[in-house]
Design a protein around this ligand. Structure first.
Ligand code: PRX
Length: 645
């Protein structure tokens, strides 16, 4: 092993783990040398099929064609529910922990199956059929999982919009997906505060004439407006629906869902995932990366509005017949010990969260952790952004009491499931490294010209072949899919991330190399925030960059140039912040705004974002060459006026 700090696999985890290091090496090698044989065995082992596929896998990334198990028929809801009924119908499928500590619910596989069938029939009764897009805008309540699985059961394609997104953002996504049905709730509750989801939906739908039906789940009983022809109470619709709903036979390549995510340019794109390959990827990684053992309680703290919630609260765990915990609240309510209280309350064995939460809790004092038992914990996970070694050490030492391996999982909305991560019984850990690739994943580092870097080195992270849960397209825009991910390095998938590989072959993700920033583990396109800012009639131009932020990982730093004659003011800053919240949601709120008389541009008028990033990060010694700027003196003013001196 190299000079980095290394944490060997604890003996207690090694014994009984699904995969040892030797097995990993053999399986990994086979997965690359004999993908047909490997994937067909795994698809047989992990999933139930109504009928077998023709060709196991075929892809041509230079053309954007990817197919796994094409011709094979299966149903995701059947795999997550029906096939478990005989052996574990009475076992808990979902443990729901409400925002208030005295609210919880356990739902067995049998209950969940019944609820899914009823709601699937309720949707069918209102005309929803295979291939239709259904928008889900719900808080973290069991109905979110029910709605997802009900869509999967009848072959409808769900598009979940995170409950923190604004009416404008919701509208854009409904229109782009051309959804005719929306599922929401009267309100959501987080940290004791109500969120007006139905009110937001009403506003969004002012611009969506195609939406015919809105199912409304009653969560709080709060006051809402009602549109008689359009709105339907979820509980009424389910009460009158039958519990018998045969699962649709879907092709492995039929779409399962669309999920919008931010890129470096333009509007968010609808990442489209497949049925068979996606489910195989999530089920396999859930079992092996978390070393999930039968009967264990597993908790992923993400929201179902993000891909982590799709793959690791709902699809992966339920496909494996696991007990998955779903938490409605926030880590600091009623106090900063909530996570660990919930771990004790439900005997959580595997806990998966984001570095931003770890950092936030680390700042609240160890006693919130140490006054709980946490004896049930076995494995800890991290996802969403690079975890800094201090946060890793705290998570390992204080939360896990040095007995729980931390699986730092690198992946993306586009990848569908985890691609680089340690297998806890197999790999020694190094704080800050996502370690080694999962089966069938062939990462490479390339320089800007596309030359492959061998051995130790640093470069752009690409994946040199397709894997089952890889996105298949951008909804409605295959060309954009190709241009965004496959055009830069022909034959390879470009991740948008930079990475380093050390002497042991371990990968260290260094962060995005494009204009995407990662705020509290949430992905944000700088172009989206800029578009919101320039909507203000006093703003002539805006440029947004990320800067290091102690808790959020990256904060949003906005440079704003005003129209001639307009004066900067604190009130104007507030208006601009509000504009971002209204257009996108609270996650897009700029942390720092700097009014800049002008932005650094090249002679051809291109903004030199590199300089803006350096100024925002206070890295003034390494501004680089500014001689190509149309007016180099702009930089002095920027430095003089910076917002975080
Ligand atoms: O930059 C990487 C970062 O999050 C990006 C993907 O964001 P999103 O599609 O929202 O999915 C987040 C959850 C899978 C990546 O391009 N990222 C994710 N996980 C890690 C990470 N960066 C470093 N280490 C990770 N473990």
């Amino acid at each position: 092993m190299s000079e980095d700090k290394v944490y060997p696999v604890p003996e207690s985890i090694k014994q009984g783990a699904h995969i040892s290091f030797e097995q990993y090496q053999q399986m990994y090698e086979r997965s690359l040398k004999d993908p047909e044989g490997f994937w067909s065995e795994q698809a047989d082992k992990f999933l139930d099929w109504f009928s077998k596929w023709g060709t196991t896998c075929e892809w041509d990334l230079s053309k954007g064609d990817i197919r796994f198990f094409a011709g094979g028929k299966l149903n995701v809801a059947y795999n997550c529910l029906d096939r478990h009924l005989e052996s574990r119908g009475d076992q808990t499928a979902i443990i729901w922990e409400g925002d208030e500590p005295d609210q919880d619910e356990s739902i067995t596989y049998r209950d969940l199956h019944e609820r899914v069938c009823r709601f699937a029939n309720a949707m069918k009764a209102r005309g929803v059929k295979k291939g239709d897009r259904v928008c889900i805008y719900l808080p973290m309540i069991p109905e979110a999982a029910v709605a997802m699985l009900a869509c999967a059961r009848i072959g409808a394609v769900h598009s979940i919009v995170f409950g923190g997104f604004s009416p404008e953002a919701l509208r854009d996504r409904i229109i782009d997906a051309d959804a005719e049905v929306v599922i929401t709730s009267d309100e959501g509750v987080r940290g004791g505060r109500a969120i007006p989801l139905k009110g937001n939906t009403d506003k969004a739908l002012e611009g969506c004439p195609n939406v015919k039906t809105v199912f409304v789940v009653q969560r709080t009983g709060g006051n809402i407006n009602w549109n008689d022809g359009r709105d339907v109470w979820y509980h009424d619709a389910c009460a009158e629906a039958s519990t018998d709903c045969p699962p649709e036979h879907m092709d492995a390549e039929d779409p399962l869902f669309i999920l919008y995510t931010s890129g470096s340019t333009g509007k968010p794109k609808g990442v489209q995932h497949s049925t068979g390959g996606y489910l195989l990827g999530t089920a396999m990684t859930h079992k092996y990366v978390f070393d999930y053992q039968e009967g264990e309680v597993y908790w992923c703290t993400a929201d179902v509005g993000w891909v982590t919630g799709h793959s690791y609260i709902v699809y992966g765990p339920l496909a494996n017949g696991a007990k998955t915990l779903m938490f409605e609240g926030v880590p600091t309510y009623p106090d900063a010990g909530r996570f660990w209280q919930v771990v004790d309350k439900h005997n959580v064995a595997i806990f998966y969260t984001a570095p931003t939460a770890v950092r936030a809790l680390m700042g609240q004092g160890d006693e919130h952790v140490t006054n709980t038992s946490r004896k049930s914990l076995r494995i800890l996970g991290s996802v969403g952004e690079p975890i800094n070694p201090e946060a890793w050490e705290w998570y390992y030492r204080v939360v896990g009491e040095e007995r729980c391996p931390i699986v730092d999982t690198w992946w993306q909305t586009e990848t569908g499931s985890i691609l680089i991560a340690p297998l806890p019984g197999a790999m020694d850990l190094k704080p800050g490294s996502a370690t080694l690739p999962f089966f069938g994943v062939e990462p490479q580092l390339v320089d800007d010209k596309g030359n492959v870097i061998e051995g130790e080195g640093k470069g752009n992270l690409v994946i040199n072949r397709a894997w089952p849960s890889m996105m298949r397209t951008i909804y409605g825009d295959h060309e954009r899919f190709f241009n965004t991910y496959l055009a830069a390095y022909p034959g390879k998938y470009f991740t948008g991330d930079g990475a380093r590989r050390d002497a042991d072959g371990y990968y260290w993700i260094t962060g995005r190399v494009d204009d995407v920033i990662n705020v509290s583990g949430h992905r944000m396109g700088t172009a989206e925030v800029e578009s919101a800012l320039v909507l203000h009639d006093k703003v002539s131009e805006a440029a947004v960059v990320g800067y290091p932020h102690d808790v959020k990982g990256q904060g949003i730093y906005a440079y704003v140039t005003l129209m001639a004659g307009e004066e900067p003011s604190e009130d104007l800053k507030k208006e601009l912040v509000k504009l971002c919240i209204d257009e996108i949601g609270p996650i897009a709120k700029p942390d720092l705004i700097q009014f800049a008389p002008s932005l650094p541009k090249t002679r051809s008028g291109k903004i030199m974002r590199r300089i803006l990033r350096k100024v925002a990060s206070n890295e003034l010694d390494s501004l680089g060459d500014t001689s190509t700027l149309a007016d180099p003196s702009v930089v002095d003013t920027l430095i003089e006026d910076r917002a975080n001196k």
